[in-house]
Ligand binder design. Sequence first.
Ligand code: NAD
Length: 258
Amino acid sequence: MGRLDGKVALITGAGGGIGRASALAFADEGAAVVAVDIDEPALAATVAAVEAAGGRAIAVIADVSNHADAEAMVAAAEDAFGSLDVLFNNAGIMHPDDGDAVDTSEEVWDRTMEINAKGVFLGCKYGIPALRRAGGGSIINTASFVARLGAATPQVAYTASKGAVLALTRELAVVHARENIRVNALSPGPLHTELLMKFLDTEDKKQRRLVHVPMGRFGKAAEMAKAALFLASDDSSYMTGTEFLVDGGITAAYVTPE
Ligand code: NAD
């Protein structure tokens, strides 16, 4: 028995990092996976990996910041598998030119907000009616530890966008609780995925971040997938409106051990 047997799970940002690891983990637990991304080759690789492991997945090319794409990705889930039970709004960017308030351009701010914050809103706008049709479900929104801490390497647009994800998550959870729809945020710590490694592009920047992590290492996408699986499944049936911090201890630390 898989923990997601009979469930249909839509995962955005499934072409890389957390999204790909979650597609594999969810399919391994019995879910039919709707893998969404803008990066077609990366998405094809995810679907191939799921199928090679004996799972079920389809690829849907969509930009989560575009309302027509968001509507179409949800329709694709219902068309292919008959319903939607789990919505994992995970796609996000960390723009290379995101910095402090003085240096960050309006364009970088807007694009970051469009994908990281509006993308979650649009996923919910079209996903919630589908979850209602299924009699309920679980929404997971990927936030970040940076929504709680000032970052050593500034990234104001990204940080603000993740704060928005947390606030949105709480409100949606309260509004939809009686509809059997749970909404939780997953807040990863710093991970060894393309997103962060492209941003922390020198050894010095990497070490500056690691200094704050009690475990002294970056997290892995597969470790986030396990947390997302818990939130997606009935194992977390009494959890809604919460933030699940999976961060190597970074938010608990003031002084890290030698
Ligand atoms: P990643 O870059 O490895 O994967 C993100 C995926 O999202 C990519 O495949 C990319 O093509 C896709 N994507 C980007 N813009 C999109 C759009 N507009 N529409 C659809 N897909 C789009 O990154 P990751 O580390 O797996 O990050 C996943 C989530 O986790 C993001 O929301 C990120 O902000 C968050 N997060 C990451 C870290 C970290 O350290 N890596 C820490 C905290 C939170």
